[in-house]
Design a protein around this ligand. Structure first.
Ligand SMILES: C[S@@+](CC[C@H](N)C(=O)[O-])C[C@H]1O[C@@H](n2cnc3c(N)ncnc32)[C@H](O)[C@@H]1O
Length: 223
């Protein structure tokens, strides 16, 4: 009981990584929020996975923002960020998380042409037709994300689900401002740059089950 109660409360350091959209709006956007210039990377649907935390350590000169809609997973990722970054003695203050629904937050919080890159890693496929509106890998949402990427920025998508991969490919084919970087114009089953690749929790689970991963790499057209 005591343990449960203690875990429900976030420490000041953990809370400090939570970003409230009103705060962003108040200061006038990301560049003012972080004060020093730098590239901004976004991950949509982090769950409790550490991919973005690892990237924030690997690229300390860039800024990294994760969006997660579920409060419980969001608080877990705040705790993990604090624990992992303290363990490694990380000093750069370049990582924030938004507890929000990406369908609203991406548009409200990021200016057009402002992101150096975005990740959507193992989004829920929502296979039932009546839930189709919740799929992140649909044209309207991918188009919204594409608009937020700066010219030349990368969108990386991963899914284990072959049906969702086909839906994603078809939606991406209808977005002319995104160019596939893969030779076949759709997905590949291995990471394009293994040295930069950070495996996620879901990815490791699926790989151990022998499932094929579909990796998409796209770049926003240069103007
Ligand atoms: C299957 S999990 C994958 C987590 C992690 N990316 C990984 O690969 O291990 C998908 C996550 O996306 C989150 N999610 C789904 N829809 C979302 C939305 N509209 N906005 C923000 N997060 C969302 C879910 O709550 C869940 O944590």
């Amino acid at each position: 009981m005591t343990r449960l109660r203690r875990h429900r409360t976030l420490s000041a350091a953990q809370k400090a990584r939570e970003l409230h959209p009103q705060e962003l709006i108040r200061v006038g956007g990301w560049e003012r929020y972080f004060e020093a210039p730098g590239n901004l990377w976004l991950e949509i649907g982090t769950g409790k996975d550490t991919h973005i935390i690892e990237r924030s350590r690997k690229f300390p000169e860039s800024y990294h923002v994760g969006i997660e809609v579920t409060r419980k997973k969001f608080e877990m990722i705040l705790r993990k960020a604090d624990a992992l970054l303290s363990e490694h003695g990380t000093t750069s203050d370049n990582l924030r998380f938004l507890n929000a629904d990406a369908f609203q937050a991406v548009d409200a919080c990021f200016a057009e042409n402002s992101l150096a890159g975005a990740f959507i890693l193992f989004p829920d496929p929502w296979p039932k037709k009546r839930h189709a509106g919740r799929r992140l890998l649909q044209k309207s949402f991918l188009q919204l994300v594409a608009g937020k990427l700066s010219p030349g920025a990368i969108l990386e998508i991963r899914t284990d689900d072959p049906i969702y991969a086909v839906q994603a490919r078809d939606a991406l084919n209808e977005i002319p401002i995104l160019n596939p970087l893969t030779d076949n114009g759709s997905w590949v089953h291995e990471p394009m740059n293994p040295e930069d690749h950070v495996e996620t929790l879901f990815e490791s689970k699926f790989r151990k089950r022998g499932l094929k991963i579909h990796h998409f790499y796209l770049s926003k057209v240069e103007e």
